[in-house]
Design a protein. Sequence first.
Lengths: 255, 255
Amino acid sequence: MRAPDDLRALAERYLGELALTPELGGLATSMRYALAGGKRIRAQLCLATGEAVGAEPETLLPAAAALELVQAFSLVHDDLPGLDDDAERRGRPSTWAAHGIGVAILAGDGLLAEAFRLALTYPNPGVARELATATLGMIGGQYRDIGGDETDRDALNRLKTGALFRASVCCALWAADVPEREHGAWRRFAEELGPLFQIVDDVLDGDGYVLTHGLHGARAKADEAASRARDRLAAIPADTSVLGAIVDGLATRTA
Amino acid sequence: MRAPDDLRALAERYLGELALTPELGGLATSMRYALAGGKRIRAQLCLATGEAVGAEPETLLPAAAALELVQAFSLVHDDLPGLDDDAERRGRPSTWAAHGIGVAILAGDGLLAEAFRLALTYPNPGVARELATATLGMIGGQYRDIGGDETDRDALNRLKTGALFRASVCCALWAADVPEREHGAWRRFAEELGPLFQIVDDVLDGDGYVLTHGLHGARAKADEAASRARDRLAAIPADTSVLGAIVDGLATRTA
C-alpha cells in the first residue's frame, strides 16, 4: 500500500504528462494553467480506494485525473467575473485573469469534456456516470450559491463540495469493477468527506461554519466529521489504512 | 420508416418532456430556454440512422436529445460577451441576455453534463465516447474561431460544425449496437454533413464561403457536398431513404 504522499506524486506526474486532445490546440495552455497547483485530494482518495479494493493504483489514474479535471473546470468557471469574480486563485491570477474571459470559458469546457473522455477509457460506464452525477450536483450547488435558489449551508455544501468527494471514492469502485452490492459501505464513508473537507476549510478561512458556530464550534464539528469518517471506514471489510491516513490529513490540515 | 418531420416531432416532444436532474433546481429554466427553437437536425439524423440500422427510433431518443443538448451548450457559451458577444439568437434574446451571464455559463455547463448523463443511459459507452470526441472538437474549433490558433475555414468548420454532425450519425450506431466493423461506410457519409450544412448556412447568410467563392460558387459547392452525401448513402447496405430526404432538406433549406 502506498502512502498518501506517494499517491499524490503519482497523480501529479500523470496529470503533468497527460496528453490532451490534439484538436484543442493552443487552448491546452490555459487548461494546464487551470490544472496546476491543486492538492490532488480527490485523486488521492480515488487511488487509495482503488488500492484498498485490490486494484493497481496505476489503473486508477485516468479516473483520478478525471476527478481533478472536473474540480479544475468548476474552479475556472466559478472564478469568472459573471460568477464569483475572483481574480486570484492559489496565490496567482485565476485563469480568466491570466488568459482572458473567453479563453477561460472554453478552458473550463475543455477540462470538463476531457474529464469525460478520460472516464470513458474504462469499459465500465459507471465511472463516467458517477462523474456526470457529481458534475450536475456541483453545477446545481453553484447555481444556489450565486442566489439562484434558496438553500441551507449543509445542502449547498453537499452539492458544491460533497458531490465530487463522493465520486472520488465511487469512481474507483466502478473502475475496479467492484460489484454494486458492495458499494454501500463505501458510499457511507464517502458521504462524510465533503463535510469534513468543507468545515476544515471554513475553520482555516474563518468563514462559513465559523460564522454560524464560532471557531470552537466549527472545530468540534470537523472533529465529529473526521470521527464519523473513521467509524465508517472501520465498517468496510478491507485494509483502509491509507484512507484513514488521508482522513487524518484532512482533519489536521493547515492549508 | 418515419418521415423527417415525424422524427423532428418525436425529438421535440421528448426534449419538451425531458426530466432534468433535480439538483439543478431553478437553473433548469434557463437550460430549457437555451434548448428551445432548434431545428433538431442532429436529432433527426440520429433517429433516422437508428431506424435505418433496424432500431426503434424511440430507443434512440436519449442519444438524439444528448446531441441537441451539446448543440445548445455550445450556442449558449459561444454567445457570451467574452466570446462572440451575441445578444440575439433565433430571433429572441440569447440566454445570457435573457438570464444573465453567470446563469448562462452555468446553463451551458448543465446542458453539457446532462448530455453526458443521457448518453450514459446506454450500456454501450460508445455513445458517450462519440459525444466527448465531438465536444472536444467543437471547443477546439471555437478556440480557433476567436483567434486562438491560425486555421483555414475548412479545418475550422470540420471542428465547429462537422464534429457534431459526425456524432449525430455515429452515436446512433453505438446506441443500436452496430458492430464497429460496419461503421466505416456510415462515417464516410457522416463526414459530408458538416460541409453541406455549413456551406448552405453561408449561402443563406451571405458570409463564409460566399465571401471566398461568390454566391454561385458557394451554391455549387453545396450541391457537390449534397451529391457526395447521396453517393455515400448509396454505398450503405440499408434502407437510407429517410436519410436521403434529410440530405435533400439540408441542400434546399431556406432558413
